[in-house]
Design a protein around this ligand. Structure first.
Ligand code: 5GP
Length: 185
């Protein structure tokens, strides 16, 4: 059977990864599988356990690491985020295309384990715009927004390590670019 394919999406918090991901996943013909991550972060309003993330305690997260159930994980701010191994392995063995939406440290780990992974970095038009988007969604405190902007500056410095950089200036264009890249595998 044809083996599946891994795609990694990274990009600073607030750049619009979620919106683009939703758009790609709604296109059933692409048959993309989205890896739902595990996190110790608290859910934002509207986020659903098992859909957006598996929301767990620090102890549960550490238990998963100990039991070798996490493909990659990283600390981002004060929380842990990780990719559950089992669904990814299952989809890959079924020949599916699997999307991991993860930050840069996780992308490094995946790249070193799976050299043929396709990696994409979603870039904001500017730090200023990113700050406006992050503040505008009103899901984080000002202190958290500042923390995320500091992380974003470091992440942007790693963009050249990715196969593709998509600038999310106009959403429609970014979606079109993402589609082009996903389809041309
Ligand atoms: P947020 O709190 O905004 O949902 O996510 C914070 C950051 O963690 C984002 O950059 C997001 O891509 C990343 N992230 C989400 N899930 C994972 C994961 O499973 N592994 C890693 N390494 N990063 C993740």
């Amino acid at each position: 059977m044809k083996k599946g394919f891994l795609i990694v999406y990274s990009g600073p918090s607030g750049v619009g990864k979620g919106t683009i991901m939703k758009e790609l996943l709604s296109l059933k013909t692409l048959k993309l599988c989205f890896s739902v991550s595990m996190t110790t972060r608290k859910p934002r309003p509207g986020e659903v356990d098992g859909v957006n993330y598996y929301f767990v305690t620090k102890e549960q997260f550490e238990e998963n690491i100990k039991n070798d159930q996490i493909l990659e994980w990283a600390q981002y701010g004060d929380n842990y985020y990780g990719t559950p191994k089992a669904p990814v392995f299952k989809w890959i063995s079924e020949g599916k295309t699997v999307i991991l939406e993860i930050e840069v440290q996780g992308a490094d780990k995946i790249r070193s384990q799976y050299p043929d992974v396709r990696t994409m970095f979603l870039m904001p038009p500017s730090i200023h715009v990113l700050r406006e988007r992050l503040s505008g969604r009103q899901t984080e405190s000002e202190e958290e927004v500042n923390k995320r902007i500091e992380i974003a500056k470091k992440e942007i410095g790693r963009a050249n390590d990715y196969d593709y950089i998509i600038v999310n200036n106009r959403l429609e264009d970014a979606i079109e670019d993402a589609l082009e890249i996903n389809l041309n595998k």
